[in-house]
Design a protein. Structure first.
Length: 482
């Protein structure tokens, strides 16, 4: 074999040995790598006490014994909470200046491949929105010593704070009236969990919805605003206030002569239905009623009430009164109590076969009549004609007599002129008078007949029956035969 060939073979063998040795060395050497993550990755500006967790995972072949976290500018009030290794190892941490340091308590506490260490801390978010990077580092030994692992920063997005506005921005209403206000939120995490409404700077209990119903209890000016809280717990500053003017409604009562409307002009609330009483003076009646400029029916002129429907604006009420002019016609007084009693008794006596006694009916009259008793007695046939007797009794002091059937006192104190006797009383009197006249004429005819018989017996001879009546006879046959 030639010398150049031998040299070439030796070179190739040496190169192969060196290459194998280098590959073996690289294959057997350890590596230090890790990954880091932060939670939450999105938050809002201004939040206080936000809990952050940065997780370190060993991704290399070397064990990790310590690490650091650099706090971004803008975060304040950072404090350590805990350091926990996934394999149960003990780790501790501390904060100095703007760096968080964490480390295994001993070499036996290192984490190995695929094991993790979680560092939990709290902080107040920056006041400005933006992206904030938390720089991290890791080491193979405790106390930030040994081989430094490859750095792996984490980033947090800080959102602008949520904002809210209310509408309407101004409103005019009345006491007792209800109006709804609406809150509209924006910014923050974009998810809003609750609202808080304020009236005059005072939080309203239970008012946590996006709408708010306001019912004022008194007149005046009110400021109404709201704040909103998003899903991350960020609460906005209160919105610009809506200005609300609350008025007091009034029913104006106009009083007129000869009557009264009570309770007079008075304040009322929105939706109220106030009642007013309208009363005329003695001797007057309600002539008209006007409510809110519209005529209202008078249902009871002697006095009535008027009720407004649900009030939504200022109102008015007035009434007029007129004097009573009705003519009062007295009701006729019943005869049984208004007229004095009058009893007429007529008694006639005849030989043998007694005559019935007629009783006069009491005379009805609107005025008082004096008591009067009439008694008529007729004598037997052949005696003189009876004379009726009338005894008037004074109208104010009636003195009863034994023959009176009934005596009534006049209840009125003012004397009145007696009214004429009724028609049936006059008829009774006429009949009695006619009976007396007939009786007298009959008695006279009897006496004349007797006298004729005596004359015929003394101076005339009886006529022969068969020859008929004599021409000179002055009396009928029956008179001559008596």
């Amino acid at each position: 074999m030639k010398k150049p060939q031998i040299v070439t073979i030796v070179f190739l063998i040496s190169l192969s040995i060196l290459t194998f040795t280098s590959i073996q060395a690289k294959a057997c050497s350890s590596t230090g790598t890790y990954s880091a993550s932060i939670s939450p990755t999105s938050t809002d500006v201004g939040l206080t006490g936000v809990s952050y967790t940065i997780t370190f995972t060993d991704t290399g072949s070397s064990s990790m014994g310590s690490g650091t976290i650099t706090i971004p500018t803008g975060y304040t009030a950072v404090s350590m909470n805990s350091e926990t290794a996934s394999g149960g190892q003990t780790w501790t941490g501390s904060i100095s200046s703007s760096t968080i340091t964490f480390s295994a308590s001993s070499s036996s506490g290192k984490i190995t491949t695929d094991q993790t260490v979680k560092v939990v801390f709290s902080a107040t978010n920056p006041s400005s929105a933006g992206s904030y990077t938390w720089k991290t580092s890791a080491y193979s030994d405790t106390g930030k010593s040994g081989t430094a692992f490859t750095a792996d920063p984490v980033t947090v997005t800080v959102n602008a704070a949520p904002t809210v506005s209310v509408s309407p921005s101004s409103w005019t209403m009345d006491i007792g009236q209800s109006n709804s206000f609406t809150a509209t939120a924006s910014g923050g995490s974009g998810t809003y969990t609750s609202y808080q409404w304020y009236v005059g700077g005072v939080a309203q209990s239970g008012a946590t919805a996006s709408t708010f119903s306001f019912v004022p209890a008194s007149a005046g000016s009110y400021l109404i605003n709201a704040s909103v809280t998003d899903s991350l717990g960020a609460t906005s500053t209160p919105s610009s206030a809506a200005t609300v003017t609350v008025n007091q409604l009034t029913i104006t009562v106009t009083q007129t002569a000869n009557g009264l409307i009570s309770s007079g002009t008075s304040p009322v609330n929105y939706g109220d239905t106030p009642i007013f009483t309208i009363t005329p003076d003695t001797g007057y009646y309600i002539a008209s009623i006007t409510a809110d400029g519209v005529s209202v029916s008078v249902t009871s002129p002697s006095g009535q009430s008027y009720q407004f429907s649900a009030v939504s604006a200022n109102g008015s009420l007035t009434a007029t009164f007129a004097i009573n002019t009705d003519t009062q016609t007295p009701t006729p007084t019943p005869s049984a109590t208004a007229n004095p009693a009058k009893t007429e008794t007529s008694t006639s006596a005849q030989t043998g076969s007694s005559a019935p006694t007629p009783t006069a009916t009491p005379t009805p009259s609107a005025t008082a009549n004096p008591a009067q008793t009439e008694t008529s007695n007729s004598a037997q046939i052949g005696s003189s004609a009876p004379t009726p007797t009338v005894k008037p009794t004074p109208s104010h002091k009636a003195t009863p007599t034994p023959t009176q059937a009934r005596t009534l006192q006049d209840p009125r104190t003012t004397p009145h002129t007696p009214s004429p006797a009724p028609l049936h009383v006059v008829l009774v009197g006429v009949i009695i008078f006619a009976a007396i006249i007939i009786l007298l004429l009959s008695m006279l005819a009897i006496r004349r007949g007797r006298a004729r018989r005596k004359v015929n017996q003394a101076f005339l001879k009886p006529a022969k029956p068969e020859l008929g009546y004599p021409q000179w006879s002055l009396c009928p046959p029956k008179l001559l035969q008596v």
